[in-house]
Write a protein that binds this ligand. Sequence first.
Ligand SMILES: [Zn+2]
Length: 467
Amino acid sequence: MLRLTFHGAAETVTGSKYLLEAQGTSILVDCGLFQGLKELRLKNWAELPFGVGDISAIVLTHAHIDHIGFLPRLTKFGYDAPVYCTPATENLARVMLMDAAKLQESDAAYANRKKFSKHHPALPLFDADDAAQALKLLRPTPRGEWFAVAGPFRCRYHDAGHLLGSSMVEMEAAAGPDSKRPLRLLFSGDVGRYDAPIYHDPAPPPACDYLVCESTYGDRDHPTGDLQEELADSVRTAIRRGGVILVAAFAVGRAQQLIYLLQLLIQQGRIPELPIFLDSPMAVEATNIYCRYSAEHDLSEGKLAGSDCAFRGKNVHLARTVDESKRINNVSGPAVIIASSGMMTGGRILHHLEQRLPGARNTVLLGGFMAEGTRGRTLEDGAAKLRLYGRDVPVRAAIVKNSGLSCHADRGELERWLAPLPAPRRTFITHGEKASAMAFAERLRSGRGWDTWVPRLGQTVALEAPA
Ligand SMILES: [Zn+2]
């Protein structure tokens, strides 16, 4: 018998943490941070629901913070066992975790300066030393090969097509005294889109006894349409307005997709040649990693002439330092400025918004999901002003939504991905808001007759091996 406990991403999209226990060995699949609403973020501070010393290994699906961001918190409490991931995930995790630690430290310092925290002094959830400690535990492991995890568990990675290095986890728990054959599980991780720029299609899911499947977009489909033409049209319209185009983008993933597509559109003559500024030290580092893994990319939209990497080129200007970032303020003609954070909750994008929003000739391109309560959502909802650095900034720039750049499969794509899979004994629907998870569970139940289940946070289920 095997016990599976959902310590995150249950009726919510963040905090992915699945605890597996069998034959006296405990391991975790993913170790993510809760993000978004305050009641969720507070869970990062709660007492750990398991003993750190009891966990023998951790297996990561990909480098997004809601899947790896809790690792430094575990090392802070003494976790020092292996953490398995693909080689590209290991590279990206170095950038992501150090950045997350810096953010934690600066948030705590800010709270102490402003004295708004209940705690004196306010402390970071973890610091750079904890993150560095977590990074020492990473064990890069290639896709496609079985590897021993701990005790009865072994694993194999398959491409999930969601982010560089992203993988689904096929897991086997060796037969115990009460079973004749190994128990097979599949963790979808985050499933990518079909025909997405840069990424390969998600690999077909291997057969399993139990499936843990994400449902971020389990209740809706992305708008159909030609992604490249939509982007080209937005850029051409913005150029006619005469100002700059400001894009808030996740530093890892979205920024690289945009740079690739914009350069391709220039090369094809579908948009005029214009400078593209990438203003984010983290995005610059991530771009270097993307270039290092050129062999892993699917560039079927087109190859770029005269560049060794799809994310570099004569029109692309990288801004690492604060001075380089400030110099972008002097740019007036047609230009694209890409900065993070993706939902405008912090980062250098805020400076650019402060400078560009009051200009009626400028355009702000919204390129992805904007969660409730973020500045990105406020702009999407058509606000006339935006709160930045304690003052209201008038919104005179054009706000344009370009929704095709999601890196998550929508409902139809999840169904397409699952189509070849024989019915698992039970499918657990996770990593979605409650309505989305419920809707997708119902769809698989009524459409395919599958036994589906939406677990609650902290719920444990016992999984039996087939006789
Ligand atoms: Zn993800």
